[in-house]
Design a protein around this ligand. Structure first.
Ligand SMILES: [Zn+2]
Ligand SMILES: [Zn+2]
Length: 450
């Protein structure tokens, strides 16, 4: 913008502003997107930190991919006709560019792109990747569902479609829930077969729905010719009865798929992880094959609010890598709904320590002490001693009040006399015992006390 234009636009907004009330001038966040104030932000980071710790233990490599990707990436992985691409994706375009871009609605396509593009295909397999961060879907906002949301994601690329990896991905997910005292998660699991056996099952399913078309909801009637498997996803009341006697994919699996699935279940049993064979679980994405799973809460009255929400889910996608031009590479992945975990922690009032408690408070009295407090705090910082202060307050009473509220173990009292003599009083807040220590020794003494 030229100087002249800037001036003109400022003038325009000023005249506009004149007619606006103070309230009208405010700009609000986008519907379904939210700010994270301190406690929420700390909790969010705590979940990511815990996730990172788990990924280190289980040998995943942490990577990150751009939030903006070519739209084509998601069109080709999910199918151009999929709900995600058709209804939920944020499409963006840079001014002056005709390239179609999209805000990522999920991690898997980006992980696959990055895996191929960065030559991870040539590294020793399995290649285990971990990703986390914000994603975007223009979904209907409700409890646990936001238009900007966060996921923690794991992907394993391997040379053979070993059921061990399905189990390992489920295990790591389960451990993340447990780390946040969410101990009533059930693994909903199903197998939707492979290229060899799925078409036959889909045929059976289509025939079943055609026969009972009258009892299906309008959406399902519409979906039937395009995406038959998705009918099993229908949450409408009208379709529930129809769903209860639907043909089961497990009965139509080929020998290889059957053996694979049985082996996954055996691993879960060995680990003592609770699962439920869920015949109508298909997951909404086109690229899955064989194992699909979701994490839900046990059905109890207390969990009613969260009953229809999955805390995460995933599955095997043995054909997606070759779909993007690399050699055949079986893979399995999971995405965990971080916002839902947060909402659940808050709903249940689970006490999760998001920040260590303050232990030391510095009280200063007088100008000299205040001035000398700054380098003193820096000295302690070098020794990695966390300290709270209220240097902006002058009165002793006000400072004591804060120290009391924080419930610190130790108060450092830096009075006029101490400041002059380069010493400080260490006061044990519980016993009231005091000791005067030279500034040069303060870090050492505090470390001993903590
Ligand atoms: Zn099969
Ligand atoms: Zn329906």
């Amino acid at each position: 913008m030229s100087q002249k234009n800037i001036a003109a636009s400022q003038k325009a907004s000023q005249t506009k502003g004149k007619n606006k009330s103070a309230k009208d001038k405010r700009v609000h966040s986008v519907k379904g997107m939210r700010d994270f104030l301190e406690n929420d932000q700390l909790l969010l980071e705590k979940i990511f930190d815990t996730f990172k710790e788990l990924t280190r233990f289980y040998n995943y490599r942490l990577i990150s991919t751009p939030i903006v990707e070519p739209l084509e990436l998601f069109e080709r992985s999910n199918g151009e006709q999929s709900d995600i691409v058709q209804k939920e994706m944020y499409q963006v375009k840079a001014r002056g560019s005709s390239k179609k871009l999209g805000l990522r609605p999920e991690f898997t396509p980006s992980a696959v792109r990055a895996y191929i593009e960065n030559g991870l295909t040539h590294q020793p397999h399995p290649v285990k990747l971990a990703l986390y961060g914000p994603l975007f879907r223009h979904d209907k906002p409700q409890l646990g569902r936001y238009r900007q949301f966060h996921q923690a994601d794991l992907e394993i690329f391997s040379t053979k479609n070993n059921p061990l990896y399905d189990a390992q991905i489920i295990l790591a997910s389960y451990r993340l829930f447990e780390a946040f005292k969410i101990n009533d998660v059930i693994i909903q699991i199903n197998s939707i077969g492979c290229k060899a056996c799925r078409p036959n099952y889909v045929k059976q399913l289509a025939e079943y729905y055609k026969k009972n078309k009258k009892s299906a909801c309008e959406d399902c009637k519409d979906r039937l010719p395009k995406n038959t498997l998705r009918l099993l996803d229908c949450k409408k009341e009208k379709c529930q009865e129809l769903k209860s006697s639907v043909p089961m994919s497990l009965e139509h699996l080929c020998v290889e798929c059957k053996t694979h699935f049985k082996s996954v279940l055996e691993f879960l049993e060995e680990l003592g992880l609770p699962y439920n064979l869920n015949h109508t679980l298909v997951r909404g994405l086109d690229y899955y094959s064989k194992t699909v799973f979701e994490f839900t809460l046990e059905k109890t009255d207390a969990n009613e609010k969260f009953q229809n929400l999955s805390l995460g889910g995933g599955g095997r996608y043995d054909y997606l890598v070759e779909h993007f031009g690399a050699r055949h590479t079986p893979a399995v992945g999971v995405a965990l709904g971080v916002d839902r975990i947060m909402d659940l922690i808050k709903e249940r009032k689970l006490s999760i320590t998001v920040r260590p408690k303050d232990k030391i408070f510095l009280i200063h009295i007088g100008e000299l002490a205040k001035r000398k407090s700054l380098p003193l705090i820096e000295e302690l910082r070098k020794s990695k001693i966390q300290i709270r202060e209220a240097l902006g307050k002058e009165s002793l009473a006000a400072q004591l009040k804060i120290a009391d509220k924080l419930g610190v173990k130790i108060a450092l009292i830096f009075g006029q006399k101490e400041a002059f003599e380069d010493s400080v009083i260490i006061r044990d807040m519980k016993t009231g015992a005091q000791e005067t220590v030279p500034l040069a020794k303060i870090a050492k003494v505090l470390k001993k006390r903590l």
